[in-house]
Design a protein around this ligand. Structure first.
Ligand code: PLP
Length: 231
């Protein structure tokens, strides 16, 4: 068990520097990009250290792990980014400011039903399977518009944008494709669909993701080091 977390200071400093470099190089200087800390397999003390440095948004992948750790976290905005089974929505619906991983109508309907029951409007992103990978979750690009039209009728669910996780080491082509899709959908101005968040970029590609319009990067390894799957 690690107890000295000063390595996170240096990692975080480098991440901010890379984010700011990418914004300066590729984006309008008035734009900002949110840096989320991805918490899977990371001990709560390390997460709290990152919160102490200024991280204000946490990304949770796994319901069980989240439930076992959440009471130990300092205060932060909670986002769900992992695959979400419909029968587990009830455990997280009260806590999540944003669910990034809505990837089916069945899940959207269950989130809507429980949000209604809990008197909230749940902000969500739609996960896009940008590379049409067979084993990956997410809505296919060709089906995105009709999917959005369907979920736009759900009254306790508010679509705020899109999320994607391109295949590892696939370079920039899927980031570019995702940006194109995001802009296309924004320009459609679909009723009740808001396109203000593009959640794209992880430790391996966040500077490039920012080049292609990401507004929120999800960082695990580059912040906390390689995951220890045995904790
Ligand atoms: C694990 C994970 C990340 C972070 O990946 P790193 O390579 O550790 O930065 C981002 N998004 C999702 C959906 C993840 O599951």
């Amino acid at each position: 068990m690690i107890t000295n977390f000063s390595y996170i200071d240096e990692n975080y400093r480098r991440i901010l520097e890379n984010v700011n470099d990418s914004i300066a190089k590729y984006r309008n200087s008035s734009e900002s990009v949110k840096v989320m800390a991805v918490t899977k397999f990371v001990q709560p003390e390390a997460i709290n250290h990152a919160i102490g440095l200024g991280i204000d948004t946490l990304g949770e992948n796994r319901v069980q792990e989240y439930l076992s750790k959440k009471d130990l976290y300092k205060s932060a905005e909670m986002h769900f980014i992992g695959r979400l089974q419909t029968n587990k929505v009830k455990y997280i619906i009260d806590d999540m400011a944003l669910i990034h991983s809505v990837d089916s109508l069945k899940l959207a309907q269950e989130v809507n039903r429980l949000a209604c029951k809990h008197n909230k409007v749940q902000d969500v992103l739609i996960e896009v399977n940008i590379a049409n990978e067979e084993t990956k979750a997410g809505i296919l690009p060709s089906e995105l518009k009709s999917f959005l039209q369907e979920v736009s009728t759900l009254e306790n669910l508010k679509v705020k944008g899109l999320m994607t996780l391109p295949p590892p080491n696939s370079g920039e082509k899927f980031l570019a494709k995702m940006q194109e899709l995001y802009i296309d959908i924004s320009q459609e101005k679909l009723d009740n669909i808001n396109m203000s968040i593009l959640s794209m970029g992880t430790s391996g590609d966040y500077p490039q993701a920012i080049k292609y319009g990401s507004t929120l990067v999800r960082i695990g390894t580059a912040l906390f080091g390689a995951r220890n799957y045995h904790i």
